[in-house]
Design a protein around this ligand. Structure first.
Ligand code: FES
Length: 113
């Protein structure tokens, strides 16, 4: 389900937060792009591009903790809040606004323009 926002931006409902176990990530296809959504152990949510900018590793399968993700392929690290590379020269991850609604559903906003 989606709700229109400002021109070009679309809010996607990805379902209840319980679909992502604490400390894990999941990949979602939203139209033509893949997005990784992460749930920290204290229920913080983060959303980034799904593919690692190094060699395309599946970031949702990485290890998360302390607001960071470690790519499962070559262990490069990224800040989940800003997308910034940490200790590597990869480009910054694209990040997306993500929040919970009153029912506990995950809402991700993507600019489709
Ligand atoms: S593909 Fe992610 S660190 Fe290499």
């Amino acid at each position: 389900m989606k709700a229109p926002l400002s021109p070009g931006a679309v809010c996607y409902n990805l379902g209840h937060i319980s679909r992502i176990p604490r400390g894990e990530g999941r990949t979602y296809r939203l139209r033509d792009r893949l997005i990784a959504v992460f749930r920290s152990r204290n229920d913080e949510l983060f959303a980034t591009q799904a593919d690692c900018p190094h060699r395309g590793g599946p970031l949702a399968d990485g290890i998360i903790g302390d607001g960071k993700v470690i790519c499962p392929l070559h262990a490069f690290k990224f800040d989940l809040r800003t997308g910034a590379p940490l200790g590597n020269t990869c480009p910054k991850l694209h990040t997306y606004p993500v929040r919970l609604d009153a029912k506990g559903d995950i809402l991700v906003t993507v600019d489709d323009s």
